[in-house]
Design a protein around this ligand. Structure first.
Ligand SMILES: [Ca+2]
Length: 199
């Protein structure tokens, strides 16, 4: 005898069990939004893909240097060297963030040597500067950086910054560098993760 249609409708739906199982799993790790963060791919002028670096004439004017270095294992990283502690030397990248992003987590590796920090302004340091821009490319606000490095860092350390995304932000601008600080820094492995608002 065939099962009446009404009985079929009352049977437990296999899919609903699967959904409950899924909800019990921990959330998948957020994808890294910035695959060019490790500096491994250079353009025809030797500039890491998706990054803006100080123009050579600017480097000459402020007596500063940008270069890349390749380690024996093939890993490439960036060196920024600033000889005048009254000047700012940074590189920059703009990374789109998905709609609904509440926070952006940025991690990167750093070494620093021969640092000398100007007494003014009070935010002078090696740090991850930058900001947020809206859909028209207009600046919204600065990043509220937590780590300000003012002493040498002889071995690689990984720094993490978590920034709250302001309303209307479509991109985060990363500007790592030496702010009113002389010395040299090595940078590598920038990663950017967007965290959605918790419902
Ligand atoms: Ca690298």
């Amino acid at each position: 005898m065939r099962t009446p249609l009404i009985a079929l409708l009352l049977l437990p739906v296999a899919g609903s069990v699967a959904i409950r199982d899924l909800a019990a799993q921990p959330a998948a790790p957020a994808p890294n939004l910035f695959p060019e963060g490790p500096f491994e791919i250079l353009d025809s002028e030797g500039i890491p893909l998706s990054w803006r670096t100080p123009h050579p004439s600017h480097q000459q004017r402020i007596n500063a240097a940008f270069r890349t270095q390749t380690e024996p294992d093939g890993n490439r990283y960036v060196i920024l060297e600033n000889l005048d502690a009254t000047k700012v030397l940074h590189m920059a990248a703009e990374i789109p963030v998905p709609a609904g992003t509440a926070r952006v987590r940025v991690t990167f590796r750093l070494r620093a040597r021969a640092l000398a920090v100007s007494p003014e302004p009070e935010w002078a340091a090696v740090q991850l500067g930058g900001g947020w821009v809206d859909a028209d490319g207009k600046h919204i606000t600065h990043l509220r950086t937590e780590h300000r490095v003012r002493a040498d860092v002889p071995e690689w350390v990984t720094l993490e910054e978590v920034f709250s995304s302001p309303a209307g932000a479509t991109k985060i601008v990363l500007q790592p560098g030496l702010y009113h600080t002389s010395g040299a820094i090595d940078l590598d492995d920038f990663k950017v993760f967007a965290e959605p608002a918790v419902p």
